[in-house]
Design a protein around this ligand. Structure first.
Ligand code: 9MR
Length: 360
């Protein structure tokens, strides 16, 4: 994708505590109607890439594969590009599972989105073993990123280079083996610099969750991005996972996307799902509200300048495949995605398709 290059990192960016809606209270307003009964395959309704996330094991599920081929034009490996899968205890890299998903994407004309190089939740024992030798640790860290990016160069449109850098309380930075060994923010800067050197054409994303419901966390994320860009760290795109709830205030997604777009970089709605709430029954009312939230995501995204629209990615296909259905979340009842447990389209799918079609 030539249009998404690192040139973006040099663009003017404005955040201003000032112009940023993360800094103020959120409004609750009225919305429009959902077009009922419209069921167009998502990717046909859309001019922008519509992604989903799957695991390599999912490739054995014929129904899932059919739904993906029909509806999605971009693929994010849910696990297979994470360090926990790729690197063994001796530091040897195994790209077998990542390659299977990359082949599936290319066989089906889908763009591949790389997820994720550096994440506080994955601290491989190989790196933990090097933590008392920061020089070696740093060299291996950079080698890892370099090897990965060079291998997938030309096949990946963008990378989540650093995932979830903001602390759980939303005010500071994550503590991890990466931050402790390489420096609080330095590990992020190093990763982006290496990514730019190893694959200058892939959009290098920073990615975070919880930005819609928690304006203070959004502000911390934006401040971090601002500090890094000011130091010429080549961040190429801004991701918002968008794991949201049906109960989110009406304007929260639009405010978030507008704030994040203020850097002038491509924005990725990178892991969209909409929880009904733990243990909530899937009533018609809840599903309608879910559809309305989905429509709002697309409509808000379409307000961004076209060059900043990288993709909207749903984090899974059928409700039963969602991470929210795994323990310790809600194994029995949540319905966060666009297809139900049987693979049938939900009101959320119609709403997404109608909003994408309306905007095209
Ligand atoms: O959905 C993913 C699940 O299949 C994996 O087991 C899990 C751990 O690797 O990660 C899940 O995806 C997460 C994503 O990588 C980052 N944002 C939160 C997602 C849900 O936990």
């Amino acid at each position: 994708m030539a249009e998404f290059t690192r040139g973006w990192a040099r663009r003017e960016f404005i955040i201003g505590a000032l112009a940023c809606s993360a800094c103020g209270p959120q409004a609750d307003g009225a919305g429009g109607k959902i077009v009922a009964g419209l069921s167009v395959p998502l990717k046909e309704a859309s001019t922008l890439p519509i992604g989903t996330a799957i695991t390599a094991a999912d490739l054995a599920d014929a129904q899932l594969v059919r739904l993906i081929k029909e509806n999605f034009s971009q693929l994010t490996p849910a696990s297979e590009m994470k360090m926990g899968v790729v690197i063994n205890d001796q530091g040897k890299l195994n790209f077998g599972a990542a390659e299977r998903l990359a082949s599936f994407a290319s066989d089906n004309d889908m763009r591949l989105h790389g997820h994720t190089l550096v994440w506080y939740r994955v601290e491989p024992s190989f790196f933990l073993g090097l933590a008392d030798d920061p020089k070696k640790f740093r060299a291996e860290y950079l080698r890892y990123i370099d090897k990965f990016l060079r291998r997938f160069k030309g096949r990946v449109s963008g990378w989540d280079v650093v995932n979830e850098p903001i602390s759980a309380d939303g005010t500071g930075l994550r503590d991890s083996v990466w931050s402790r060994t390489l420096g609080k923010e330095r590990y992020i800067a190093l990763a982006f610099k290496q990514a730019a050197a190893s694959d200058p054409n892939a959009v290098a994303f920073i990615n975070e969750y919880g930005l819609e419901a928690r304006p203070a966390k959004r502000l911390a994320y934006m401040r971090l991005i601002e500090r890094l860009l000011k130091k010429d760290v080549p961040i190429g795109g801004v991701g918002t996972q968008t794991h949201i709830s049906v109960d989110l205030p009406e304007r929260a997604v639009a405010d978030t996307l507008r704030d994040l777009a203020s850097f002038g970089l491509p924005v990725h709605v990178s892991e969209l799902d909409i929880t009904l709430g733990r243990g909530a029954a899937a009533t018609a009312g809840k599903l309608k509200l879910q559809a309305r939230r989905a429509r709002q995501v697309v409509e808000a995204y379409m307000q961004l300048p076209s060059k900043q629209r990288y993709a909207i990615t749903l984090w899974g296909v059928r409700d039963r495949d969602s991470w929210l259905r795994m323990p310790p979340y809600d194994p029995d009842s949540d319905r966060p995605l666009a297809f139900d447990d049987k693979g049938q389209p939900k009101p959320m799918l119609s709403a997404l398709a109608a909003a994408l079609k309306g905007a095209s």
